[in-house]
Design a protein around this ligand. Structure first.
Ligand code: ADP
Ligand code: ADP
Length: 225
């Protein structure tokens, strides 16, 4: 069964074809990485799955539903961005609780989930601080916590580690892999970094010029010159 599927999905900006009729089946709980050079259409593809960008034609399914017309909040997804997108005036706890409060979960349930997530991400000591006083790595952990606490069907990551320095990037890679094993969830992860793609992915999707050039487990991909 596939949790996310794209059927002949395209995105045009005027006459420019940013994404050209791509089809993709993403198995339940797989960690799929979209990789390729800048401008090849990775981010646009992810944003169309998220509902942050309309599709020009084709069909996107999440679970059993065609989501083409659904707003992001109704797609059962959570997205983690490169720039973290945290609310600067709120504490970490308030940032993580925000989406759950909107869904009107009981306070005790929110507190329980935040405790679990904070332990999982090692951010227990940060809960009452504000993002502005934190390092990039800490902020990115909080951003992941905010996504995970909602228990979405699908996680979408857009270059989440690109703003971090090299050694932290390597550590966070390991961390993200561990989290996926601890809480298996269908994950679609965009990066231009091939090493990141190879270490994280169950399935690598290589994009180029708005098309899918290769699809498969990392060890089965051939290397372009
Ligand atoms: P990637 O994430 O692989 O770097 P993008 O998906 O961001 O690539 O962009 C794919 C192509 O679509 C690029 O050539 C980009 O300039 C173009 N593009 C993206 N967003 C827009 C937009 N809003 N208007 C026009 N062109 C866009
Ligand atoms: P990313 O960091 O994900 O590659 P960019 O910085 O390229 O994103 O783009 C930021 C925003 O600008 C996005 O919303 C994207 O759709 C839009 N954008 C990207 N390329 C173009 C373009 N050529 N023309 C108009 N808007 C663009």
């Amino acid at each position: 069964m596939s949790k996310v599927s794209l059927h002949q999905v395209a995105k045009f900006y005027d006459n420019y074809h940013a994404v050209q009729d791509i089809s993709l089946d993403i198995p339940d709980n797989a960690f799929v990485v979209l990789v390729g050079p800048s401008g090849c259409g990775k981010s646009t593809t992810l944003r169309m799955i998220a509902g942050l960008e309309d599709i020009s034609r084709g069909e996107i399914r999440i679970g059993d539903r065609v989501v083409n017309q659904l707003p992001p909040a109704e797609r059962d997804i959570a997205m983690v961005f490169q720039n973290y997108a945290l609310y600067p005036h709120m504490t970490v706890r308030q940032n993580i609780a925000f989406g759950l409060k909107q869904r009107r979960l009981p306070a005790a349930e929110i507190a329980r989930r935040i405790d679990n997530i904070a332990k999982l991400l090692n951010i227990e000591t940060l809960l009452d601080r504000k993002p502005r006083n934190m390092s990039g790595g800490q902020r990115q952990r909080v951003a992941m916590g905010r996504a995970m606490v909602r228990s979405p069907a699908v996680f979408l990551f857009d270059e989440p580690l690109s703003n971090l320095d090299a050694s932290l990037r390597v550590r966070m890679r390991t961390e993200i892999k561990r989290l996926h094993q601890a809480v298996p969830t269908t994950t679609i992860y965009v990066t231009h970094d091939q090493t990141e793609a190879m270490t994280l992915a169950d399935i690598v999707v290589v994009m180029n010029g708005g098309r899918i050039e290769q699809y498969g487990p990392p060890q089965q991909l051939y290397h372009s010159p």
